[in-house]
Design a protein around this ligand. Structure first.
Ligand code: CAA
Length: 285
């Protein structure tokens, strides 16, 4: 099934159609054009290349609707998030739509609920970043579980140059990703960094040749999609909890989830397949 946002059915029958600025392909196209595409991998594309995929209200609500729908789709096992074109993943929140905002209007129209929906998705999400990932674009990439960065990628939180601060998690997630000293320098100066520096700082999982970015992200998503889905969701949730909790609380949750997975068919199948020296067949139960 290929769901184009413009076709108007991406949200399911009871929800309004996605904005045409967000495209959803499930299954995603095959990595490197080989094979038929992994049936469990979805590709979500921000599609406003003329403005470097700037995140306006339509993009944010479209992303939230797409993620909500994919998270509820049992055929979907992993999501790759990308920006249309080669120049940008996303160059941040749409500045033209914010210039005349007031505290009251930004509070209601800032799309904060959409950011929360995006970060609450239980499926693993891989950002495929080419070009600019700035401001909200950097924050969106940091919300993803893994970042595959092309060697043409640029990351940064330039909000300070606009008289504001990051408003979609940058002060918190960047600080957790790279530490206080580096986050302070990047956010207080608004300096952008290239893909290799981002990798050295621990922000990105891997840097790849620019033109391979999407294919390498799709390949990685395919490898994750081939894993038992309940264990994948569980691992993501517990790792995410490590950002929020004390070590003792995190270890308690890890133990609980580890124990609970022994109630699943996939645990029995995975261990039986190992003993029988065959490939496991996952049911997601
Ligand atoms: N919002 C709206 N439009 C944007 C945009 C943004 N964030 N970023 C780029 N664009 C538009 C430009 O206005 C331009 O449109 P026009 O052709 O109609 O003028 C088009 O995209 C191409 O951009 P440039 O001509 O500027 O391209 P460039 O190569 O010279 O520069 C850039 C690229 C360095 C990324 C530059 O566009 C730039 O600095 N963009 C803004 C980056 C930024 O400050 N992001 C943070 C936004 S605030 C935020 O995100 C808050 C938050 O925490 C949620």
């Amino acid at each position: 099934m290929v769901t184009e946002a413009t076709a108007g059915s991406a949200n399911g029958p009871d929800e309004p159609p996605l904005a045409p600025v967000v495209r959803v392909d499930l299954p995603a196209p095959p990595a490197f054009g080989r094979g038929s595409g992994d049936p469990g991998v979805a590709l979500v594309t921000i599609d406003r290349p003329a403005v470097l995929n700037a995140l306006d209200a339509a993009v944010l609500s479209g992303l939230a609707a797409a993620f909500r729908r994919l998270d509820a789709d049992p055929t979907c096992r992993a999501i790759v998030l990308s920006g249309a074109g080669t120049r940008a993943f996303a160059a941040g929140a749409d500045i033209k739509g914010m210039v005349d905002a007031t505290p009251a209007t930004i509070e209601t129209a800032g799309g904060f609920e959409h950011w929360e929906t995006i970060s609450a998705v239980g499926l693993p999400v891989i950002a495929a970043v080419r070009g600019f990932a700035l401001g909200g674009g950097c924050e969106l990439a940091l919300q993803c579980d893994l970042i595959v960065a092309g060697d043409d990628a640029t990351f940064g939180q330039p909000e300070i140059k606009l008289g504001i601060i990051p408003g979609a998690g940058g002060t918190q997630r960047l600080t957790r990703a790279v530490g206080k000293a580096r986050a302070m320098e990047l956010i207080l100066t608004g300096r952008s960094i290239d893909a290799h520096e981002a990798e050295r700082l621990g922000m990105v999982s891997v840097v790849v040749p620019a033109e391979e970015t999407l294919d390498r992200a799709l390949e990685l998503a395919g490898r994750i999609a081939a894993m038992p889905p309940l264990a994948v969701r569980s691992a993501k949730a517990v790792i995410a909890a490590a950002q929020e909790l004390s070590l003792a609380e995190g270890l308690r949750i890890e133990r609980r989830v580890f124990v609970d997975l022994f109630a699943t068919e996939d645990q029995h199948e995975g261990m039986t397949a190992f003993i029988e020296k065959r490939q496991p067949h996952w049911t997601g139960r």
